[in-house]
Ligand binder design. Structure first.
Ligand code: SF4
Ligand code: SF4
Length: 436
């Protein structure tokens, strides 16, 4: 556990590879189709409310939330529903999806209008209707975050602008290109949730963002904090400790220490949505990797097939060894380039066979680096040993379920042991009561 170490002092120095940091976002033309997964959030998948042949518009609801932490799914194009189909979700499970063929007109749904927000309840309703999930990667519905049970105890809004994953620069571009929306979104949340203070945490490798936001917020109760360049500064518990000095207890939530955390792109989206009423239907993504011809930041309609996005970026210079949703530390491999862009994707990386080739693992040398680097103080090697011997009681004792799959332990391991993926399997085994 982390009682004797500051989480922010742990982690690892990973290569930044922020090649696209200064590349302005370009808007990709409409794809030939969009494939809208009904599972773009952590809760129950949405239920399709359209059928083959239906006409839809920009902003039309095509999937209805099916639970408290579920979310509506909206079309980002006007066009015709071509199919209700099944695709493979990033976790390998089958997932229902709605396929829409754009008509090129981009007619906005006549029901779309900017929401009227006058108090907290109407803000929460608006954010729920917008379809917003945490855009930093987790896919947690934003409306739920804005409804903590102990609202009167919340005194700090922490904004995650860390963007600590190698390669990814989409939040960085948001802070540069949508600065006003970032600030407006923060002010809206502070106003309606009556939060007196905000801290924006940005890794120190983004001096332009730190400078710009510091200047623009100098007369506001908003502090811009430069975070150490030590992965994973963007992990919620690490970020809270670095920005506020408060340690989220185990088990516990940010609200237990008076904090709400929102991603920088999420707050910018909220401000835009309140102005336009257009739900979450597009996404800014970093497209990079050693075999992408023209890496950059691209705004795409959610549901765009990855292959069409890669083609827009000039295609690949060779057959990929691996294509990832997200960065190399926490990203997930895509099963096929036909898979669609999801709401919570912030990058697509295409890596050569040489870069993607797994390094041969050797025996553990008991150096303890994995434990020393884990921001949660977990002992990765002990957890993996408990997993290999199917010792669920020991996994519970070692708090394996707290692991956030940040990949730091695998990165620092000199024996190149796949610790983080094994711990992910250990967590599944815990859920299944001891079955692998
Ligand atoms: S993957 Fe899990 S065990 Fe490994 S460093 Fe991250 S939180 Fe710790
Ligand atoms: S870092 Fe690797 S070699 Fe060192 S103790 Fe952990 S698992 Fe073993």
């Amino acid at each position: 556990m982390s009682n004797f170490f500051k989480r922010s002092a742990l982690g690892a120095s990973v290569p930044h590879n922020k090649h696209t940091a200064h590349k302005e976002t370009v808007v990709m033309p409409l794809p030939t189709k969009i494939v809208l997964s009904m599972g773009q959030h952590i809760g129950a998948p949405a239920a399709p409310v359209v059928a083959k042949g239906d006409q839809v518009y920009v902003g039309s609801v095509v999937g209805k939330a099916a639970g408290f932490v579920s979310m509506d799914i909206h079309s980002g194009v006007s066009g015709t529903v071509d199919a209700i189909t099944t695709i493979t979700a990033p976790n390998g499970a089958p997932q229902t999806a709605v396929v829409i063929i754009p008509d090129g007109k981009q007619t906005v749904d006549p029901a779309i209008k900017p929401p009227v927000v006058t108090d907290l309840a109407s803000l929460q309703d608006a954010v729920r209707a917008s379809g917003l999930v945490g855009l930093g990667g987790a896919g947690f519905p934003a409306a739920v975050k804005l409804a903590p049970k102990n609202l009167d105890e919340i005194d700090v809004l922490v904004i995650n602008g860390a963007e600590c994953e190698p390669y990814i620069t989409s939040d960085n571009r948001c802070m540069q290109e949508d600065t006003d929306y970032v600030i407006k979104g923060i002010q809206t949340i502070m106003k309606y949730l009556d939060i007196p203070k905000c801290v924006i945490g940005i890794e120190a490798n983004k001096p332009d963002d730190i400078k710009k936001l510091s200047e623009e917020t100098k007369d506001m109760p908003i502090e811009v904090k430069a975070l150490p360049c030590k992965y994973p500064q963007g992990a919620e518990k690490v970020l809270i400790e670095t920005c506020t000095g408060r340690e989220v207890p185990f088990p516990g939530l940010p609200s237990d220490v008076g904090v709400i955390v929102m991603n920088v792109t999420s707050v910018a989206f909220i401000a835009k949505y309140l102005e336009t009423g257009i739900p979450l239907t597009t996404k800014r993504l970093t497209v990079d990797g050693d075999i992408v011809r023209n890496p950059g930041n691209v705004e795409v309609v959610i549901g765009t097939p990855i292959q069409e996005l890669l083609d827009f970026c000039g295609g690949l210079t060779e057959e990929p060894g691996k294509i990832l949703y997200g960065g190399p530390m926490m990203g997930t491999c895509v099963a096929s380039a036909e898979q669609p862009i999801l709401k919570n994707n912030n990058a697509v990386l295409a890596l050569s066979r040489k870069l993607a080739e797994p390094v041969k693992a050797t025996n553990c040398i008991h150096c303890g680096r994995c434990t020393n680097a884990c921001p949660l103080g977990l002992s990765a090697k002990e957890i993996v040993r408990a997993y290999e011997t199917k010792n669920v009681d020991l996994l519970v004792e070692l708090n394996a379920d707290l692991c956030m799959s940040c990949g730091t332990c695998s990165f620092v391991c000199p024996a190149k042991r796949p610790l983080a993926p094994s711990i992910a399997l250990a967590k599944i085994m815990m859920k299944n009561g001891g079955k692998k």
